[in-house]
Design a protein around this ligand. Structure first.
Ligand SMILES: C[S@@+](CC[C@H](N)C(=O)[O-])C[C@H]1O[C@@H](n2cnc3c(N)ncnc32)[C@H](O)[C@@H]1O
Length: 281
């Protein structure tokens, strides 16, 4: 598939028509005034990855970001993780995302949650990031690399926009020992825009781009950590009495099939999740 065609396929997959209206309707259905919605109330919908908010908070602990740091979220979606970081840590987060609809939705949600001074959106491609060298202290990415075929190019760009000593934190879906995977999955309706590397290939590719590995966790160890994080949230501020907003909303009408395939792919050893922290040489 040509570059433009690939980018178009990815943007159409994520940016389905009526997305903003569906999110607003979902918020109103829970008796919430959209202009008053909180970062915590949005979390089931706008943290679009395995274990949702628990994934974001686990990666945040690993990355240990402070309020003065400039963070880039590559493939940051509609900005839920960025708003969590801005709200909890106080840092500035730039969200870079390929899907124009996601950037537009993200800007509205950021206005509603009054975080426009801390979270900004740039619509663009992770393979040609529109930022000067050394612009960021931390680059962060969750569940976006699986749509990007040129991983060496991706990690080269991550290294370029970080200053030496900067940190790269990732939480991703990787290829398991059995292939191919069953489609549709939340990141792709078919094979033409899903590109998974194995854990070994991923680590090698990142270190070759100019990083030192600080930490790597995957499989059952990672799942246990995410479960602990989720259990600790259950007693915290982010759980609504009515169960909260629909966590399957962004998957659209094919959500149930996507969810079933994720479970099946995981059980059959076709996908595995990993979380890692790297330091730029
Ligand atoms: C599953 S979503 C994850 C969103 C967000 N990271 C989160 O966890 O909530 C994957 C995102 O990656 C973005 N993406 C895919 N390919 C990209 C690319 N080449 N450059 C920038 N963003 C990309 C998509 O537009 C989509 O928003």
């Amino acid at each position: 598939m040509a570059h433009d065609e690939l980018n178009q396929a990815i943007s159409s997959h994520y940016g389905w028509s009526g997305l903003m209206e569906s999110i607003e309707a979902e918020i109103r259905q829970h008796g919430i005034d959209p202009q008053q919605v909180t970062v915590g109330q949005l979390a089931p919908v706008d943290n679009y990855h395995w274990y949702r908010l628990a994934g974001t908070l686990t990666l945040a602990q690993l990355a240990a970001i402070n309020s003065a740091e400039r963070v880039l979220d590559v493939g940051g979606g509609i900005g839920g993780p960025a708003r969590q970081l801005a709200h909890r840590v106080g840092c500035h987060v730039t969200v870079l995302d390929l899907t124009p609809e996601y950037c537009a939705v993200g800007e509205i949600l950021t206005r509603w949650t009054q975080l426009t001074d801390k979270v900004s959106f740039v619509c663009g491609n992770a393979l040609a990031m529109p930022f000067p060298d050394g612009s960021f202290d931390v680059v962060w990415t969750q569940h976006a690399a699986m749509n990007i075929p040129d991983k060496a190019g991706l990690y080269r760009e991550v290294a370029r926009v970080l200053h030496p000593g900067g940190r790269f934190a990732l939480f991703d879906v990787l290829a398991g020992i059995n292939q191919p995977i069953h489609f549709p999955v939340p990141w792709a309706s078919n094979q033409s825009f899903s590109f998974l590397l194995t854990p070994e290939e991923t680590r090698a590719c990142i270190t070759q781009a100019g990083f030192r590995e600080v930490s790597w966790m995957m499989g059952q160890d990672l799942e246990a950590q995410l479960e602990r994080q989720e259990a600790s949230e259950a007693s915290g501020e982010d759980v609504s009495a009515d169960g909260g907003l629909n966590p399957g909303l962004l998957n659209g009408h094919d959500g149930p099939r996507m969810g079933a395939n994720v479970q099946r792919n995981m059980k059959e050893g076709r996908i595995i999740w990993a979380m890692g922290l790297f330091e730029r040489n």
